[in-house]
Design a protein around this ligand. Structure first.
Ligand code: UD1
Ligand code: CA
Length: 537
């Protein structure tokens, strides 16, 4: 059998084949579409063995484009930030929706697109701001005036119609429904395909349908309309099936229908009114039922908090199933982009945010915040705060310490309690136990930083660097007045104020510190009582 070439774009079509038998199954007998994946899989294995192309697409679904509506200000959020940029588990609402959309092809090769069409995002309020956040990840359409969801989809038309190959199906979702999963989007696409529908949309059932559009069906259970709550009768308001805001449309029908969509009494063009129009035309309308959880649309900050709680639980469960112990999920907050290795234990009151990566066998918390950091294996971090920090393996921090941006602690460093490191490299096995501050410093290996050591890195105008060589011994309460360098194996006396570079191996004391003697070779026991008080615990 000759494979079919799909798509009109020669640069992409060569990657995609359809297997005639699976075409037959899905077109002739749509109910068997569920077996399509199996046929696809078998065929793919066969061709993989034969060393040929590995990807297949369904010929009917070979062209779909996604339109994400994100033009609204989100008046009910009462915020100057566009609604879709409000963070949920550390990621803007729109980012969650885009993640789900972008994962569709990886889930179902048989509904994969023939191209990697980027999602078309409709922007309006603060469009420049939103576009700056997502950049090249999407294509953008501008809806200058926010006249409703139907009007917003129409604003995407010029961008969609430029796509090559031209999509036959338009998947529409809303930028404010961040819990939607790619699995559910695939279900809507497959159902649309199987029924050769004009419209397929996602619904959910709830006892508290609040401000969702109600799905009105006739006695046979056929969909007749979606009625927005503002226009619903008391009886319709009691309908427990609601519109989740995910739709597939036949493109040609969609454009024609939107062109003739009337403004409703509230002055808007509702996308949901298309369901009534399609129904009155006797078109095929299919529905897919999903969970209410996935449906949650964020209109106000109460819904934002509710979604945060659901998503947070989902994220924690993913980590737990992947081998991370979370002692108290109710007080543990982990952002969507965080990666954690197996057998790491997260103790109560811990918040891990941004694109943080944590290795295996760590012990994090209690009472710890870690943001945008990379933590190696076997680290222990107690009651501390870390931002934009790198820890190599075996580092111990806290309790009550602070690593600020640019802190890099090498293997087996021990830091704290009550210590702070900022924009500094600290070499392997260095100890920095109590009440110390290292800012803009480069510290070697096996250094002892005595209690109360401070790098005096700021002269009121400039930030200045301190360098401390391998094996140096910094006495308690030393002030290192930058710019200054302490040589390898040098030593400073307790309370010394070091204003000049210290040669390797020298012992300095006093205010300002002066050379007392050379530390190397080893000092005699009756010489120099000056370093007592340097802490090494
Ligand atoms: C919408 C649906 C409702 C459904 C609910 C699910 C309509 C008319 N109603 O209501 O049936 O139950 O979502 O969450 O579609 N937007 C634009 N341009 C506009 C208006 C809105 O881009 O002119 C965007 C918004 O930014 C938002 C999305 O469309 O991301 C949905 O709009 P929103 O006003 O939140 O609709 P809902 O009232 O939630
Ligand atoms: Ca909404």
């Amino acid at each position: 059998m000759e494979p079919l070439f799909l798509g009109s774009n020669p640069s992409t079509r060569a990657n995609y084949y359809a297997i005639p038998i699976s075409v037959y199954i899905s077109v002739i007998n749509p109910e068997l579409a569920i077996y399509h994946g199996l046929v696809d899989y078998i065929a793919r294995s066969f061709l993989t063995i034969a060393g040929k192309q590995k990807r297949f697409v369904h010929p009917v679904m070979n062209t779909y484009a996604t339109v994400v509506l994100a033009a609204g200000k989100g008046t009910r959020m009462r915020s100057t930030l566009p609604k879709v940029l409000h963070p949920l588990a550390g990621m803007p609402l729109l980012g969650h929706v885009l993640n789900a959309v972008e994962a569709i092809p990886s889930l179902a090769s048989y509904v994969a697109t023939t191209t990697n069409h980027r999602p078309v995002v409709v922007l309006g309020y603060e469009a420049v701001h939103v576009e700056a956040v997502f950049g090249q990840r999407c294509l953008y359409a501008l809806q200058e005036e926010q006249l409703g969801t139907g009007h917003a989809v129409l604003a995407a038309r010029p961008v969609v119609d430029e796509l090559d190959p031209l999509p036959q199906t338009i998947l529409v979702c809303y930028g404010d429904t961040p819990l939607i999963s790619s699995e559910t989007l695939v279900r809507v696409l497959v159902e649309h395909l199987a029924h050769k529908a004009t419209i397929t949309f996602l619904t959910a059932h709830t006892e508290a349908p609040s401000d969702y559009g109600r799905v009105v069906r006739n006695a046979d259970g056929r969909v007749q309309a979606i009625i927005e709550v503002k226009r619903a009768t008391e009886e319709q308001k009691r309908i427990s099936e609601v519109n989740s805001g995910v739709y597939c449309f036949d493109r040609a029908w969609l454009w024609a229908a939107l062109d003739s969509l009337p403004r409703n009494p509230s002055g808007e063009y509702y996308l949901t009114d298309l369901i009534g129009i399609a129904s009155s035309q006797g078109r095929v309308i299919a529905t897919v039922t999903g969970t209410l959880e996935e449906t949650i649309g964020i209109n106000d900050r109460v819904q934002l908090a509710a979604a945060e709680q659901l998503l947070r639980r989902r994220i924690l469960e993913q980590h737990m199933y992947a081998g991370v112990t979370i002692i108290d999920p109710s007080t543990t907050y982990i952002d969507a982009g965080v990666v954690i290795g197996t057998d790491t234990v997260i103790l109560p009151g811990t918040m891990i945010t941004g694109k943080t990566r944590i290795g295996s066998d760590c012990r994090i918390g209690p009472g710890t915040t870690i943001d945008q950091s990379a933590i190696g294996d076997r680290c222990v971090i107690r009651n501390s705060a870390l931002e934009e920090t790198t820890l190599e393996e075996g580092v111990s921090i806290g309790p009550f310490s602070h690593c600020r941006p640019g802190a890099h602690l090498a293997r087996d460093v021990r830091m704290g309690n009550f210590a702070e490191v900022k924009n500094s490299y600290v070499g392997a096995e260095t100890d920095m136990h109590h009440f110390s501050y290292l800012g803009d410093a480069t510290v070697g290996e096996h250094v002892n930083i005595g209690a109360g050591t401070v790098t005096v890195n700021y002269d009121g105008i400039r930030k200045l660097r301190t360098t401390i060589g391998d094996g140096a011994f910094i006495g308690s309460d030393t002030m290192l007045v930058a710019p200054v360098a302490v040589g390898e194996h040098a030593q400073t006396g307790a309370g010394s104020v070091v204003r000049h570079d210290v040669p390797p191996g020298a012992v300095v004391v006093g205010v300002p510190a002066r050379i007392l003697r050379m530390r190397m070779p080893q000092p005699q026991p009756d010489e120099g009582p000056t370093t007592e008080g340097s802490e090494k615990v």
